[in-house]
Design a protein around this ligand. Structure first.
Ligand code: ZN
Length: 120
C-alpha cells in the first residue's frame, strides 16, 4: 500500500487514543502511589515500582507529544518535513513510523546526543 496522508492521520489518531488510554491507566496507579507515600515507603520494592511507573509515564507522555505534533503538522501542511534540517522525510520511513518528526540522519544524531542532554 502506498503512503498516504489520510492513512498517516488514521494511524496517528489510533496511536493517540491508545496512548491516552495507557496514560489513564498509569494515572490511576500514580494516584494510588501518592496515597501510600504519606506513610513513606520503607519498602525498597515500592519505591522501585514507583520509579518505574514514573519513567513509563514520562515515556507515554513523550510519545503522546510526538503524535500530537505530527497531527498538528498534518494540519498545517508541514508533515513529512524534518524539524531539524527541513529535508523531506523518506516516505517509507513515514509509513513505518507515522509520528517521526526528523529525517533518519537528524534522528540518529539526536539519539546519539540524547543520553547527555536528557540526564541532569
Ligand atoms: Zn533532518
Amino acid at each position: 500500500m502506498p503512503f498516504s496522508y489520510e492513512r498517516a492521520m488514521q494511524e496517528l489518531l489510533a496511536e493517540k487514543a491508545k496512548l491516552i488510554e495507557q496514560l489513564g491507566r498509569l494515572d490511576t496507579t500514580a494516584s494510588d502511589d501518592i496515597g501510600h507515600s504519606n506513610h513513606m515507603a520503607d519498602d525498597a520494592t515500592e519505591a522501585f515500582e514507583q520509579t518505574v511507573g514514573v519513567a513509563l509515564h514520562r515515556t507515554v507522555v513523550d510519545s503522546l507529544e510526538e503524535v500530537e505534533r505530527a497531527l498538528a503538522k498534518l494540519d498545517d501542511g508541514t508533515y513529512g518535513i524534518c524539524e531539524s534540517c527541513g529535508a523531506r522525510i523518506d516516505r517509507a520511513r513515514l509509513k513505518a513510523l507515522p509520528h517521526v518528526l526528523y529525517c533518519f540522519e537528524c534522528q540518529s544524531r539526536r539519539e546519539s546526543q540524547a543520553p547527555r542532554s536528557s540526564r541532569r
